[in-house]
Design a protein around this ligand. Structure first.
Ligand code: PGA
Length: 259
């Protein structure tokens, strides 16, 4: 299985229902321009159904070729967890992906590597592809701790996964200092960490599995900086926040990975 390019839009807590539908239709209408890239939309959970309907998702098929993802989920299948969403609820609504351990979840909602690990296992058990996010803060980078921090996050978030499961995950390297700040990592900075993540995967699973895992970069990706990121050997797509809220920008980023 060759490594798949994936560009995912993390809409975060933005848009209203009409805008979510308009954006979905805008992306779907031009999907054929980027045949080499898997496109994923990750709306706020309340709009997952609305976006799934706009994409005409049916079972495991997407006529538009655009896929749906959640931004978060609980690790338990059901129960007294007010305000939470279960893995099977996401698949029931047509989700193929789920973002896990985004830095906003880690810093604002106290998610630890152990929590992300439990969620990753639950996502895989439910048939979802987890997009597991890792990345260092500015303070950690300046203290020379990037490799240590990312290594601990990758090992902790993926602990206990079999090589078969590791082959199914997507990793997103998102330096916290680059998220929503307009400060994108240089292609060389990103590549260095992507190569580290791939070597960690080789260690956890095998070099063959590691070679096939999609590792996305995230943090202020825009159409005008995507090409230099895409040119790096270990950057296989993007997890896009702000620029995913405009169809043209999102597709512009996807175009950079479409080769
Ligand atoms: P950004 O967000 O593209 O707005 O920096 C990326 C993310 O948080 O996934």
């Amino acid at each position: 299985m060759a490594r798949q390019k994936i560009v995912a839009g993390n809409w975060k807590m933005n848009l209203d229902r009409a805008a979510a539908v308009a954006l979905t239709e805008g992306v779907a209408a031009r999907r054929s321009e980027v045949p080499g890239v898997e496109l994923v939309l990750c709306p706020p959970s309340l709009y997952v159904g609305t976006v799934g309907t706009a994409l005409k998702l049916a079972g495991d098929t997407s006529p538009s070729g655009v896929w749906l993802g959640g931004q978060n989920m609980h690790d338990k299948p059901s129960g007294a967890f007010t305000g939470e969403v279960a893995p099977a609820m996401l698949t029931d609504m047509g989700c193929r992906y789920v973002i896990l351990g985004h830095s906003e979840r880690r810093t604002l909602f106290g998610e630890t590597d152990a929590i992300v690990n439990a969620k990753a296992k639950a996502a895989l058990a439910a048939g979802l592809v987890p997009i597991v996010c890792v990345g260092e803060t500015l303070e950690e980078r300046e203290a020379g701790k990037t490799q240590t921090v990312v290594t601990a996050q990758v090992r902790g978030s993926l602990a206990g996964l079999s090589p078969e499961d590791l082959a199914k995950v997507v990793i997103a390297y998102e330096p916290v200092w680059a998220i929503g700040t307009g400060k994108v990592a240089t292609p060389e900075q990103a590549q260095e960490v992507h190569a580290l993540i791939r070597s960690l995967l080789a260690n956890l699973a095998s070099p063959a599995v590691a070679a096939d895992v999609t590792i996305q970069y995230g943090g202020s990706v825009k159409p005008d900086n995507a090409a230099s990121l895409a040119a790096q050997p270990d950057i296989d797509g993007a997890l896009v926040g702000g620029a995913s809220l405009k169809a043209a920008d999102f597709l512009g980023i996807a175009a950079a990975f479409n080769s």
